[in-house]
Design a protein around this ligand. Sequence first.
Ligand code: NAP
Length: 349
Amino acid sequence: MRVGIWGGSGFVGGELLRILLRHPDVEVTYVASKEHEGEYIHRVHPHLRGISGLVFGAYDAGIASSKCDALFVAVPFKQALQDVPRIVSSGIRLVDLSPAYRLRNPDDYLPHYKIVHPQPTVLADFVYGLPEVNRNEIKGSTKIANPGCLATAALLAVKGFVETMEQTGELIIDAKVGSSGSGSKASPLNTHAVRYGVVRAYKLGNHRHSIEISSYLCNHHLEHVHVSFSAHGVNMVRGILVTAYLTLKEPLSEGEVWKILRQTFAEEPFIRFIKDRSGGFRLPDPKLTLGSNFCDIGFELLPDGRHLILVSALDNLVKGAAGNAVQCFNLMNGIKEDTGLNLIPIYPA
Ligand SMILES: NC(=O)c1ccc[n+]([C@@H]2O[C@H](COP(=O)([O-])OP(=O)(O)OC[C@H]3O[C@@H](n4cnc5c(N)ncnc54)[C@H](OP(=O)(O)O)[C@@H]3O)[C@@H](O)[C@H]2O)c1
């Protein structure tokens, strides 16, 4: 298939290129950038030198639809809201990596994104694309809203336990994320001098990704569970570590927790369980997922059997963005799900 990237000069665009340029069933025929139009992609993504002679082109839905069978959209939220309708009307299949079409309920955009969604009826046309949660819906769709990176890590951590979680009370989710999570554009808060060495709590209690987590819980009749979600920028370039604190309805044994995890993620190509009794790597660590599409999951069960701490780790630019988007693209197009995604993490990094 011929594919293109709308917003190819950003961090996510670069990861899409890294993956798609080695995907055996696709040819990248179009990469759009305003700032770098006419330049070779390796001028912006220097690690891709010698891999491809592609040149950035202009943003043009007509060109995109004539050159591509599918388009990955990797521009900021408000830009996606402006651009996606033009792309959709050209009839092309698309995976949008921005939050523009992720929420099912248009009313949720005002409290969480501070806008009235300009195309509320279009939201229903998009499928939330997290294969471990709704693979079958993705298979039948032509428009995917790729999940938020922190939401992906959180949802995959708790997914197995929605049936066993207490139906009221609190779910505490603490997330740490590397600096690439904020994109490649400079701001006063992400210069090296200011960003280096930080552990910075931000958007406590009102992070945009928390609505994706609560919506998922509502779908499982857990609307009375209060989600306390906190995010922290930490001193990594890539990676997310989520720690989720759950109270269970009934006590479980460690063996039962393992059984639930194995049943929940049976045959999942990108979920690994990390819970070793010895050695230095006993629980998930984002550093051990870098460059890969893995989400690593581990846990600790407290002695009372009712308090479960789940930990998940992934690379925000891969399973949290480009890798998951390609996984969805494969499913949408009847391509084997892991094609192009058998990326072994790099270590040490
Ligand atoms: N970074 C992550 O970990 C992550 C994870 C999941 C999802 N996402 C989502 O993926 C999308 C891309 O994220 P990113 O991290 O790649 O961001 P980024 O590094 O800032 O790149 C975004 C690109 O969009 C283009 N763009 C087009 N219109 C723009 C506008 N009005 N303002 C700013 N840039 C504009 C820019 O390229 P030109 O100016 O060259 O056209 C820019 O390189 C965002 O919607 C983000 O929320 C990011």
